[in-house]
Design a binder for this molecule. Structure first.
Ligand code: S3P
Length: 426
């Protein structure tokens, strides 16, 4: 579907957004594992989290809406039911990888399948450590879905040094380790998002080796109430739109401010953006607060390698900010972008090229400079929700507007994107 966006004059108002996608996946999973009733408030309403719910329902977990919350009756340790059908993770890498860690430790065989995009994404990164733990997993020759996960006698603990910065891989290991008597540890040279550690209350320490996270059966979740903050990765689109639009200001309430996710705010502030944080609080280990954002003039800066995992989901919209900032925009050491819902390096460069910018694609990044020449572009989302929203925001800022093809994929993380835009764009 082709979605047209007209140029806006300014942004004004207040938003409160659906729950953080990463935290939502984990809340559903941990509530499904815990024995008894949990309640989740402000759960993400995107397709990805629906995929996680569908997989848990398939394993006998009851999930119902109850007023403004979602109620989940979890199974308890070793009590998930053998699924009759394949577990369909849809488009969701987080569902696939985290669920694999859980399934590796169950007393039944299971198969995870996914859509065309998910079926191309690399799974060797989880198969290797889970196999070291004693899991038996079969994939295609290229280590992609479908994943067949066989029941084994016992999963045993490991100490694993992460070869890539990936919270999904780290979490797969930690969730398998959650089923072991003795301690499993994961070492990260460059830390990735730490929602699994925070939500399960895991012990972590920073050593000369890197950040180490420990898990064992003792950390198995109990039922509880989860309050999920507004998704900072969704907020990022509105933050950049407000900064770039003239005479604009926006308040976004209760945004997740976990320090492994706030790189987008730090980076934009360094580029010159006025973003103020108010009402900071902590709920169940996760920081959140209100953001006040104002129109600002930006300059491009160089990014430290260590910040890349922290801003990995925000690079598409950060590139849009880079177009309007002075100087050259450059991303390096971000090869992981090629392993997302689409090859994000290729898809960002394709769309920037449509504008007539000077774009240079490298193996692990890209750079660009120049002025927008094409004033009525038709961008392609390549089926990737973050590319669709990033270039939707860009379309709202250029003279004759623009269009985004294959737009419907925004439903993966934020089905209400257009309505939210309507409520703040003047
Ligand atoms: C996620 C981790 C990141 C991120 C994804 C969600 C998570 O992926 O890109 O959108 O919830 O753990 P990687 O762990 O593969 O970097």
């Amino acid at each position: 579907m082709l979605q047209k966006f007209n140029k806006i004059n300014k942004v004004e108002g207040t938003l409160e957004l659906p729950g953080d996608k990463s935290i939502s996946h984990r809340a559903v999973m941990f509530a499904g594992l815990a024995k008894g009733k949990s309640k989740i408030y402000n759960l993400s309403n995107g397709e990805d989290v629906k995929s996680t719910k569908k997989c848990f329902r398939e394993m006998g977990i009851e999930i119902n809406s109850s007023g403004d919350a979602v109620e989940i009756s979890g199974s308890g340790l070793g009590r998930l039911r053998k699924p009759i059908n394949f577990l369909d993770a849809g488009n969701s890498g987080t569902t696939t990888r985290l669920l694999s860690g859980i399934l590796a430790a169950q007393n039944f065989n299971s198969t995870i399948i996914g859509d065309e995009s998910l079926s191309k994404r690399p799974m060797k990164r989880i198969i290797t450590p889970l196999t070291l733990m004693g899991a038996k997993i079969e994939a295609t020759e290229d280590y992609t879905l479908p994943l067949k996960i066989f029941s084994v006698e016992k999963i045993h603990p490991i100490k694993y040094e992460m070869p890539v910065a990936s919270a999904q891989v780290k979490s797969a290991i930690l969730l398998a380790g959650l089923h072991c008597e003795e301690s499993t540890s994961v070492v990260e040279k460059i830390p990735s998002r730490d929602h699994t550690e925070k939500m399960l209350g895991l012990k972590t320490e920073t050593t000369a080796e890197g950040k180490i996270s420990y898990v064992s059966k003792q950390n198995y979740p109990d039922p509880k109430e989860y309050f999920i903050p507004s998704d900072i990765s969704t907020a990022a689109f509105f933050i950049v739109l407000t900064i770039l639009a003239e005479n604009s200001s926006l308040r976004i309430k209760n945004v997740s401010l976990n320090e492994t996710r706030t790189g987008i705010i730090t980076v934009l502030q360094k580029m010159g953006a006025r973003i103020e944080i108010e009402n900071k609080k902590n709920i169940a280990g996760e920081d959140l607060g209100d953001l006040n954002i104002f129109s600002s003039k930006l300059k491009n800066i160089s990014f430290d390698d260590k910040i890349i995992p922290n801003i990995i989901d925000e690079i598409p919209i950060l590139s849009v900010a880079g177009i309007f900032a002075s100087g050259k925009f450059e991303i390096k050491n971000a090869g992981e972008l090629r392993a997302k819902e689409t090859d994000r390096i290729k898809s960002i460069c394709h769309n920037l090229n449509l504008l007539g910018l000077y774009v240079h694609e490298t193996e692990n990044g890209f750079s660009f400079s120049g002025e927008i020449k094409n004033t009525q572009p038709i961008f392609d989302s390549f089926g990737d929700h973050r590319i669709a929203m990033a270039f939707g925001v860009l379309s709202l800022l250029i003279k004759n507007g623009g269009s985004v093809d294959n737009y419907e994929c925004v439903n993966i993380s934020n089905p209400d994107f257009l309505n939210q835009l309507k409520s703040i764009a003047k």
